[in-house]
Design a protein around this ligand. Structure first.
Ligand SMILES: CC(C)(COP(=O)(O)OP(=O)(O)OC[C@H]1O[C@@H](n2cnc3c(N)ncnc32)[C@H](O)[C@@H]1OP(=O)(O)O)[C@@H](O)C(=O)NCCC(=O)NCCS
Length: 365
């Protein structure tokens, strides 16, 4: 094969899936800081052995030049999403590619889209899939993104546009500076909520296992009509969350109750960059991008009956106060849809500002 030829292969079996999982190291190896994949869970996911596997049809694709992988993508059919939204939409997930690979990437995406179309999909999305994939960054190229979010190179966008995709949704990442003035405002927010009978408790105070179930139920109900979401089961989230019981997560994550009834929940994490990010020797991360000083609120939901009463702001305020008491100087409020104004107003009420932007792509098949 000459240097300009490429081939597209479906990847199966342990060795090929391990190569698929390792591929991001080729894209990001010279970054000062990045979040490497968990190789085992990535390969297990595409081998169909994750908590979510029963509802997924999966295939893995690689584009090769001279026998070397130059791009990869997973094609995913999430039957639960399709049932929930009555929309025959498949996903192209975990896409990564080297620069200057226009032809192989176009062929790769076309082949993966064909796999979706052959299985009855009429639309494809790449970017967001609840618990499965995250959108593409459109700024801060080369920097460490917030935990869970992508720090993809800029050339990914041309690859998607050349493959006929359109931007479907914009997403935002917010950051609040945990200044003494801001912390005092958070205390007031919690006091006001208490006056209207809203109690905010950490998952530890509420009971960790009960809190995980309450969070699952609340996000399923409050996100039911949230774009891109699909319900998840208690049995799926329990094993994913169980290892976090001994971490800071149960202190930073919150349940809100009115009387005895849980009406809101927040899942937050501490700064995980020292534990999980790969940082080159001598590289320094700025505090607001991580670097041991930025916690993050990953998700929050409030039941419809309890909205517009300050429940969300009180939960986030409690979480951010705990972050500050543990030495964090910034709090992320992570991944909000551009058009989710209730959430954007909540972020603004918390004194947070937009610090990162992302997109999800869509194509009609
Ligand atoms: C977003 C959500 C958590 C807000 O919960 P909430 O308890 O109603 O929010 P609060 O009462 O604390 O209000 C926070 C701010 O947002 C504003 N706000 C909330 N909902 C609003 C709405 N529907 N329209 C206009 N403003 C709204 C409030 O006025 C308040 O701003 P203010 O302090 O300047 O007055 C809730 O709407 C929800 O669960 N939505 C579905 C799930 C979701 O989108 N989660 C966020 C994902 S990023």
């Amino acid at each position: 094969m000459s240097g300009n030829e490429h081939d597209i292969r479906q990847l199966r079996g342990e060795a090929e899936l391990a190569e698929f999982a390792r591929f991001p190291f080729r894209v990001y190896h010279d970054r000062a800081a990045w979040w490497p994949p968990d190789l085992r869970s990535e390969a297990e996911f595409f081998a169909g052995r994750s908590q979510f596997a029963a509802e997924l049809d999966l295939s893995c694709w690689g584009a090769f030049r001279d026998g070397t992988m130059v791009a990869r993508v997973g094609a995913v059919i999430n039957h639960r999403y399709i049932r929930h939204w009555h929309e025959p939409l498949g996903h192209l997930a975990h896409f990564e590619a080297l620069p200057g690979q226009d032809e192989p990437v176009e062929a790769l995406l076309e082949r993966a889209l064909q796999w979706l179309a052959e299985r009855g999909m009429k639309f494809a999305r790449s970017g967001f899939a609840a618990f499965l994939d995250y959108p593409y960054a459109i700024d801060h190229y080369g920097e460490l993104p917030s935990f869970l979010l992508r720090g993809n190179p800029d050339y990914y966008h041309a690859y998607f546009k050349n493959a006929g995709f359109e931007t479907e949704k914009g997403h935002l990442d917010y950051t609040a500076a945990l200044t003494p003035e801001q912390l005092a405002r958070y205390e007031e927010t919690i006091t006001r909520a208490r006056q209207s009978n809203v109690t905010v408790l950490s998952w530890r105070q509420y009971g960790f296992k009960r809190a995980v179930d309450a969070w699952t139920d609340i996000i399923n109900e409050s996100f039911a009509r949230h774009w891109g979401w699909n319900p998840v089961g208690r049995d799926e989230l329990r094993p994913i969350m169980a290892p976090l019981e001994g971490s800071a997560v149960p202190e930073l994550s919150i349940v809100a109750c009115i009387g005895a009834k849980p009406v809101g929940a927040v899942f937050s994490v501490p700064d995980l960059s020292s534990l999980l990010a790969r940082v080159q020797a001598g590289a320094r991360l700025s505090a607001e991008r991580g670097g041991g000083k930025r916690g993050a609120l990953i998700n929050l939901g409030v039941l419809e009956e309890a909205r517009r009463r300050g429940v969300a702001t009180a939960m986030a305020a409690r979480s951010f106060l705990t972050m500050a008491s543990r030495g964090m100087r910034y709090a992320g409020y992570t991944l909000v849809l551009d058009d989710n104004w209730p959430s954007r107003r909540t972020a603004a009420a918390l004194g947070a500002r937009v610090t990162g932007n992302f997109v999800t792509y869509r194509k009609v098949l």
